[in-house]
Design a protein around this ligand. Structure first.
Ligand SMILES: [Zn+2]
Length: 187
């Protein structure tokens, strides 16, 4: 109410006016509204209910809500999905607008989020063994390089500090992650 009053005063600051603010009671306790509520509830007990066609637009929000619930259920069970670890709850939104990234940067950022890059997954195409990070003697994955590789420990700190992928993709600006990759990692 205070915000609204200030806004009105600001809007009309050059045109002095007199404003009256009324408190309007809710419908509870008003005889006509109480009767209308009772009539609506009693209609539920009628033996024959007449059907009336409704515009399809009335049901769109219900369909959207139903589909979103089903999507969340499917997503909740997709625990092997790498993106699920980062975004356990839908929708999959970054805290940062995509408009801040070029098309090429968006592509790289999305590849990092799903954990698939040429460096880490080209062995499928070449029919080779999965790549190994020699200094760490562990599988070379996107998560390993972005979070835990000892070879990049000091360099990473120049761009960001994150304890896991969820922390990284929720709290670090995409540009910082992309700069780290494009300058120091042949992704
Ligand atoms: Zn390593």
């Amino acid at each position: 109410m205070i915000w609204f009053a200030n806004d009105v005063v600001h809007f009309h600051q050059h045109e002095p006016c007199v404003y009256c603010i009324y408190c309007i009671p809710s419908h509870i306790g008003i005889t006509g509204n109480e009767k209308a509520d009772q009539a609506a509830k009693s209609a539920l007990n009628l033996p024959n209910i007449t059907s009336y066609p409704l515009p399809y637009s009335d049901i769109i929000s219900s369909i959207k809500k139903h589909l979103f619930t089903r999507w969340q259920h499917l997503w909740h069970n997709s625990t092997s999905n790498k993106l699920h670890n980062i975004y356990p709850t839908l929708p999959i939104n970054s805290n940062y607008p995509k408009a801040q990234l070029t098309r090429q940067e968006q592509t790289l950022y999305n590849r990092l989020r799903i954990g698939h890059t040429y460096l880490t997954h080209s062995y499928f195409l070449k029919d080779e063994d999965p790549p190994i990070c020699v200094p760490c003697n562990s599988l070379l994955t996107v998560e390993h390089i972005l979070i835990s590789c000892i070879d990049f420990d000091i360099i990473r700190q120049n761009f960001y500090t994150a304890s896991n992928l969820r922390d990284l993709f929720h709290n670090i600006h995409p540009k910082r992650i992309i700069f780290f990759c494009t300058r120091h990692w042949p992704y």
